[in-house]
Design a protein around this ligand. Structure first.
Ligand SMILES: [Cu+2]
Length: 549
């Protein structure tokens, strides 16, 4: 059943018989135009002349190969969000960390083993480029699904801007406060179609059937809350980690997060029901705070009446939904992995401030990120014993060296008035503790026994989260806010994990990787500046936060 841009198919029919296979995609990444909100034509980034990019379906055991050709006028890359890339660090797609970017007219072949099942996505990891449309769901099926259901639907949810990503970055990083604070609001797209006041998405439900909805928030900013009137959502997966069922009336997803929910259809076709996919812009600095409602229809019969009258537009929606905070700390994973311990403890304070370049930056511990000249992976592989000195990676990459197999606890204190979703590459976070920074014990919540794991964790405003992971994946891995504009404002850092083990883990670098750097004029050895030792002259350490901010 394919209807109105929803990708639906019988879930179990082919999965049980699927054999490991090579999945090879040939992608020409280029500009095209689209009118996703039904009103405004704009330039978007598509694949092979079409937009949106195709949904990618794989099975565990497959090898996924993407031959990417860059037809843009700027570099690009592809990041497989949520895949650990163990042994294939140089296919992680993080420009500045693991590659230089694919130059215009250049190519790069990303090749990886599919070892994880669940709901993932592929997106550009070059500045905020994915916000211009270079993002798509990646659905990976295990040999046997843990839960049975009749059908599944992929719902890619997105707070969309009718503006180019560079334009938005320029505004948010402007030295003029008036420019910075000029409000601009997104509109809601579901599977690349919509517009906030347009109800065009219909989910066709058959009585008595069980549906798996795969929800993805692929926004550059914005939290999205999803719920269906008079239906419960049984959450069974977060970010590629299967869980025991948690039944909720609604769920919120920050940028980068995914969830699968089972929904049992009613037993009759008497009514149709509204579903809600509202955007909350309170995660974005410089933007008017707003709740932007968006509804679609769960349709049992084309002519059935809606059970709840819903008025759409002018910021008004009648709803029976409750929007409790969806807390992931009490989720229980199916695969029980004991929590890592603590060999290294790392407190990170998240702060937004005006810096001495008169721009608003965001940072962990007041160190605002900017990518190095030489991607950190090359520095780790070419500086010998100095690869263990954080300084060689450049101050602004915020490098943290990890020993092989050490257990790391990261305590993220969000002193900001915005929430932020933090994404780690190459790993899942184990969610250990959540609380508020006023240290009110009533708000402190601890994981019970086996903590839930996920790759993107929301830390609400004025709150903290304590997470852990084991450094079992030698390589260079970014950790950053997945509100992409915050990442570009500096809310990012780099784990240099077991630098002496990386070469054994990954083997020889692909020739294309180095060729692409050469084409972009970027050195592929030495410290962050491409020189020997600790000669980092002209590598700026600042800007620094202004006193009083
Ligand atoms: Cu953020």
């Amino acid at each position: 059943m394919l209807r109105l841009g929803l990708y639906c198919y019988a879930a179990l029919s082919f999965v049980l018989f699927a054999a490991a296979k090579p999945v090879v995609l040939n992608w020409d990444i280029g500009y095209t135009s689209a009118k996703p909100d039904g009103k405004n034509d704009r330039r978007v980034i598509g694949i092979n002349g079409k937009w949106p990019p195709p949904v990618v379906n794989v099975n565990v055991g497959d090898t996924l190969t993407i031959n990417a050709n860059n037809r843009l006028d700027e570099p690009t890359s592809l990041h497989t969000h949520g895949f650990f890339q163990n042994g294939t660090n140089y296919y992680d797609g993080a420009v500045g960390a693991t590659e230089c970017g694919i130059p215009p007219n250049g190519s790069y072949t990303y090749r990886m083993n599919v070892t994880q099942s669940g709901t993932f996505w592929i997106h550009s990891h070059y500045l905020a480029q994915y916000v211009d449309g270079l993002r798509t769901p990646l659905i990976s099926k295990p040999a046997v699904e843990h839960y049975k259901y009749d059908e599944e639907m992929v719902l890619m949810l997105e707070a969309w801007y009718n503006r180019n990503s560079h334009d938005i970055n320029d505004q948010l990083l402007s030295t003029s406060e008036a420019t910075r604070l000029k409000p601009f609001l997104p509109t809601m797209l579901i599977n690349s179609r919509g517009g906030s006041d347009v109800n065009i998405t219909k989910l066709s439900f058959k009585p008595g059937k069980k549906y798996r909805l795969r929800l993805l928030n692929v926004s550059g900013t914005g939290m999205i809350r999803f719920g269906i009137e008079h239906h419960m959502l049984d959450v069974i997966e977060l970010d590629g980690v299967d869980s025991e069922i948690k039944s909720v009336p609604s769920i919120q997803l920050s940028a980068g997060q995914r969830a699968s929910v089972l929904v049992t259809a009613k037993n009759n076709t008497d009514y149709n029901y509204a579903f809600h996919a509202d955007i909350f812009t309170d995660m974005q600095a410089g933007v008017e705070r707003a709740e932007i409602p968006h509804t679609g229809t769960v349709e049992y019969a084309p002519n059935a009446p809606m059970i709840v009258p819903v008025s759409i537009g002018n910021g008004k929606t009648n709803t029976t939904m409750t929007w409790d905070f969806f807390d992931d700390i009490d989720m229980v994973p199916i695969e029980k992995i004991p929590s890592p311990g603590v060999n290294k403890w790392m407190p990170l304070e998240v702060r937004t401030a005006i810096y001495d370049d008169r721009r608003e930056h965001m940072a962990f511990n007041n160190r605002t990120y900017w990518p190095p000249l030489v991607p950190s992976l090359f520095t780790a592989l070419t500086t010998g014993y100095q690869a263990y000195f954080p300084d060689v990676y450049g101050f602004k990459t915020y490098p943290v060296i990890l020993d092989h197999l050490e257990d790391v606890e990261v305590a993220i204190f969000n002193t900001d008035t915005n929430s932020h979703p933090f994404h780690i590459h190459g790993h899942n976070f184990f969610i250990i503790v959540r609380g508020t920074i006023d240290k009110n014990p009533k708000n402190r919540r601890e994981a019970v026994s086996f903590p839930m794991r996920r790759d993107t964790i929301t830390v609400p405003a004025q709150s903290y989260a304590i997470v852990r992971f084991r450094a079992d994946n030698p390589g260079v891995w970014m950790m950053h806010c997945h509100m992409q504009f915050h990442n570009d404002q500096g809310l990012a850092m780099t784990f240099i994990e077991a630098p002496f083990q990386i070469i054994n883990n990954t083997g020889k670098l692909p020739d294309q990787l180095l060729k692409n750097c050469n084409a972009l004029g970027i050195p592929t050895s030495g410290n962050a500046m491409g020189r020997l030792g600790l000669d980092l002259a002209n590598d700026p350490r600042g800007p620094y936060p202004l006193a009083g901010f």
